[in-house]
Design a protein around this ligand. Sequence first.
Ligand SMILES: Cc1ncc(COP(=O)(O)O)c(C=O)c1O
Length: 360
Amino acid sequence: MSQRAYNFNPGPSTLPLPVLEQASKDILDYRGCGMGILEVSHRSPEFMAVAERTEALIRELMQVPDNYKVLFLQGGASTQFAMVPLNILPPGGRAAYLNTGTWAKKAIKEARLVGDIQVAYSSEETSFDHVPAANDYEIDDGCEYLYLVSNNTIYGTQFHEFPDKGLMLVADMSSDILSRPVDVSRFGIIFAGAQKNMGPAGVTVVIVRDDLLDRAPDTLPTMFRYRTHADKGSMFNTPPCFAIHVVGLTMQWLKDQGGVEEMARQNEKKARLLYDAIDASPFYRGHAREGSRSLMNVTFNLPTPELEAKFVAEAAGAGLKGLKGHRSIGGCRASIYNAFPAEGVERLVEFMADFEKKNG
Ligand SMILES: Cc1ncc(COP(=O)(O)O)c(C=O)c1O
């Protein structure tokens, strides 16, 4: 095997090596059954056990209360932008959204096709460099839920506290699920594309409270209803079997590491190292405001776009890959999810100091 790069990509992103090793063995032969995991029926005892184990691990790691379903769906997190309002907002009903970046904006656009959406706060004017504190905004009367993106992957901001506005929360946790403990009972729905902190692309995990399963209007087609998938244990149709399997392996790895509390401790340490390096130098400039800084996606700029391009290219040459910022804001971004090793952050910090010496 060639030397593994330090992979700073935002998603799909780095996975734990033991997970990849186990997954590759399972492709050839799944637990001695004479078939690979890609080949077994989703109705087989082998795969049913995979799905059950994966769900049980998510429940255990996130301490999901019994009155919530954990669903494995397709269509990416982006499909949830529509499924959430279609399922829980009566036509013309109201909901409040916090506009903290590209993914929030896309969710707002979809929700507006269904209901009356109040954008209670927007940080767009300052290039989405922060998330609001709860007392920065008011919610209109009659809203059914407050929607937020817990970690803004592109801009590198994150909610470090969730707002308490006496309203059910709905959260897109695609880029920070399982990176820290979260009180699931404060949320009506949590969803996340798996391809950042949970496994490969292809499956979206949706955690939905039971009482929200029957709010959808009769006109909503079958596949778009949470109830359909909840009733069939996410097997109404063929689920993304392999992606679910790899999520299961990643959950087991996460549990073996010490669970979400330990992840939070490691994530804080990794992010602090990088933010300290940014703060210590006038050459690097962090994008996110201090209280909103993401522990998952660290966004920063160099003095010029030319230097940024050179930085990204030379870093890649040194085995530090995927540091280019999202095309919408440019600059650099280091995505350091759960599976990203601390040594990779140390290597990046060394590289940054060296690059500054030569180019500063
Ligand atoms: C916070 C967030 N939400 C939603 C998405 C969209 O996910 P998907 O590509 O699975 O639709 C992304 C993708 O990067 C994301 O970071």
